[in-house]
Design a protein around this ligand. Sequence first.
Ligand SMILES: [Zn+2]
Length: 492
Amino acid sequence: MVHVEIRIYGGIGEIGGNKIVVSSNDGKAIILDFGKSFSREDAFFQHPYMPPSLPEDYFKTGLLPPTEGPEWRLADRETLGLIISHAHLDHWGYLPLVHSDTKIWMGSASYDIIKAYRDLRSDLKRLDEFQVRTFRTGDQLSLGEFTILPIHVDHSIPGAYGFIVECCGRKLVYTGDIRMHGPKAEMTMEFIDKASSEDIDLLIMEATKVAPENDPESSLVRILENRIWYRWGKEPPKRVHFEVKTEEEVREKMLYVLERSSSLALVEISTADVDRLRTAFNVARSLGREPILDERTAFLSHRLGRSGIKGLPQVGSYRVWRRRRGKGGIEVKYGVREPKAIKEFLLGIEDKMGPESVVWGDARAEILKEPESYVVITNNATRFLYEIPLGIKPPITFIMSRSEPFSEESALSLDRLLNWLMMYDVRRYYRIHVSGHLSPEQIGEVIEAINPRKVMPIHTEHPDLFDVYVPSRMSNLIHLPRLGEPFRVGDN
Ligand SMILES: [Zn+2]
């Protein structure tokens, strides 16, 4: 008899790194997501000094199942397609490792975002060798016996999808990353409605927010704050945390904080979180402050605008904070190893808006003389602080507004950030943020609505706590997957 089996190679006991192999016993398979495992990678390697550099490095540490040859492919199955849910690295970051004959599918916005990354990073050049096909919601992919329905969902990056996969009379749902409180919540609802109308054997669902305490960040922050006490002999900056539930509340709180500030506003957002970018940008405009975007945020915004995403900051409506480059001990406008795409983008802006639209060199000090006139929006606040010229100490109101889940690796960068904030005498900063993920309570609602025969948590550090949020009459449906362990769909 034909059967369908899944094996999961990442995202178990960790946030991200999802890789789900769905196979039938005629030797064919599809793969859902091919994410980079940040925490597992950090456990064994260090960037940039000791990164994984050969394929075997990934195999011996269990980051990928072993395969022959330098390019990765499933050893015991023919892969009909590799399908990416959205453009966060923890869902696609290992793509450059796969065999170049792998057929790759993703939503068109995801492809645009990934191409923009490729133009900024030399380690992604291999992506040019792949044939990528794109889909939109409503499409149906037929790969051998597999039928895959991609359905749009709301998440902290545009163009995210969940999937309903059917093969040989079995059906499974994979949520990817989803939220129900974002500006496009109705898309997530459409996905859940569609999944609810089907007879689902297995639901593989994201459980990012399942954790012993609601804000896993806070305990790490405490430790870092202690280190600041020891290092500086002074009180660390106080963290003012606003509980918010929707993007609209993020806007209200940002406005609330900045209305009463005459300092330079510095807002850190996640890369490609277009909702947050729009929010911060609109807050700046409504306060009559000029927005300054760091060059990478501006570049990505430009690319995404070009690919049809609406309401993003247009070239001409902001200035660009140039990433600092040094040569022979002085700052230069363009370094030697400059990504061509960035250089062209900046030259294009200057052509259109004049040289003062790109801030670098002496112009930095000019801007910082009028701190109350600007809002700096960046995906790397630490870098901005370090690029402030010597001898200038602008008053700063810092808002931390990243929406990605917190990891150990980001703890190190948070430590650096706190030190730079100390350097500029920032005595308090604001945490205003709404997650890109389902709240634990919503996890229960989704399971109830879809009503599957089995449910598996993925993309969480605490799968053992998943049962707390599953309706009690359904708790016998939970299966906690183990890395690489086969699970037959529909037979249990
Ligand atoms: Zn994500």
